[in-house]
Design a protein. Structure first.
Lengths: 166, 236
């Protein structure tokens, strides 16, 4: 007899079908109702002026909604824990991705006060288009516009410290 | 192969056929092992999907971090009613496919087919709403990068930097919702395939892994939208 393992447990190879737990229909309705309620909540809350807390609140609601979907619709609850392990480890890697990126962006200024797009642009002789209706990308070629010399006062991007122009 | 091994050499040639169901591939010993392997593969695939979308979510995060006023201003051009309607449609479709998988578990063939069709229909509704949303953006020139032709949105961004304009927001908007929309279209395709197989009566309590895996994929499409909707349409 060959030895058969499923999820690390030795099983009888003559096992006909996997053991399936069929969740009651009422559970599906409850989860559906919960998702509808949370959607209404997140839309409603967005009209309230929560300021900087709005991102936090929206993400908490989204995380609760996805937990409902993952646990009950995707059957992670009660299913083989290997799948939960794969799912959660993916989230850890997403966390590393976000964490390291923002750690980099948030601290670059501390080690290099000149850091910023404009400094880079000036050093490389690129011209930043600054006519009122331009987005910078309509400029045909660097340096063809009069009045936008590289040495001009650089534009202040919101969220950035404008580097010194001189 | 392994079944032959399992039965050893003392079995006659036809001996391994009667306890080997038609849906069980020869390289698996048991249906449970086959199902477990298929779902393992599906979850690993879903992982790669999450990682792919996380790159776009990060792009959104960086744009928001660097140009908060611009993102705030530009997101007012997205329609909350349309986005909200699509959220309801997707959540309902997630519910219908979950009920469909359950129907396969309890051998309700008719309900399984109905739920697959309902999910395809709802996915179609999502794409129709998306079409109207996209048309309105195209009409107003709210497009990515150099295709952006709308006037500058009335805002504090009087002197935009080359990257800090609303064209960046709409680049991210179209990439995220576009990639998501492609997933919805692919989902409609695979669900129709499942419908054809369900009509032949291929699925039942002993074997419904393909339906379940398509369901898992569809729930992931819903999960992505659960985060896309508040981030793009709602958050201030």
């Amino acid at each position: 007899m060959a030895t058969t393992y499923i999820a690390g447990k030795q099983v009888d190879p003559s096992l006909e079908a996997p053991d399936h737990h069929v969740a009651p229909m009422s559970l599906y309705w409850k989860v559906f109702g919960g998702l509808l309620f949370l959607t209404a909540l997140t839309v409603g809350v967005s009209y309230a002026d929560l300021g900087s807390a709005s991102l936090f609140v929206a993400m908490v609601v989204a995380i609760v909604k996805s937990t409902l979907v993952v646990m009950f619709f995707m059957h992670l609850k009660g299913d083989d824990r290997t799948f939960t392990f794969i799912f959660l480890s993916t989230l850890i890697f997403v966390g590393i991705f976000f964490g390291l990126t923002f750690a980099d962006l948030g601290t670059r200024g501390a080690v290099n006060p000149d850091w910023g797009y404009h400094t880079w642009a000036e050093q490389n002789g690129k011209v930043i288009e600054r006519t009122p209706n331009a987005h910078g990308l309509h400029a045909p070629e660097a340096g063809t516009e009069a009045g936008t010399a590289p040495g001009a006062e650089p534009a202040a991007a919101p969220g950035h410290e404008a580097p010194a122009a001189h | 192969m392994s079944t032959t091994t399992a039965h050893g050499g003392d079995e006659s040639a036809h001996g391994h056929d009667h306890d080997h169901p038609s849906f069980l591939a020869h390289h698996f010993d048991t249906p449970a092992q086959q199902e477990s392997s298929a779902k393992l593969g599906m979850w690993v695939f879903l992982s790669t999907e999450i990682l792919m979308f996380s790159g776009l979510f990060l792009a959104y995060g960086v744009a928001r971090w660097a140009y908060p006023e611009m993102v705030l201003e530009a997101h007012h051009h997205l329609s909350i009613p349309m986005g909200g309607l699509n959220t309801l449609v997707l959540i309902t479709s997630s519910f219908t496919i979950a009920v469909g998988v359950r129907a396969a578990q309890i051998d309700n063939q008719k309900l399984l087919q109905q739920m697959l069709l309902a999910t395809i229909f709802l996915a179609g509704c999502f794409m129709v709403v998306k079409y109207f949303e996209y048309s309105s953006k195209f009409e107003h020139g709210l497009l990515p990068g150099r295709f952006y032709t709308a006037d500058y949105l009335a805002s504090a961004i009087s002197v935009p930097s080359p990257l800090g304009g609303p064209h960046t927001f709409f680049g991210i908007y179209f990439l995220m919702t576009g990639l998501h929309g492609v997933h919805v279209l692919l989902g409609m395709g695979v669900m129709f395939w499942m419908y054809l197989r369900a009509r032949k009566g291929e699925f039942g309590p002993r074997f419904y892994t393909p339906v379940e895996n398509v369901g898992l994929y569809w729930h992931l499409v819903d999960l992505v939208w659960i985060f896309l909707f508040p981030l793009l349409y709602l958050v201030k």
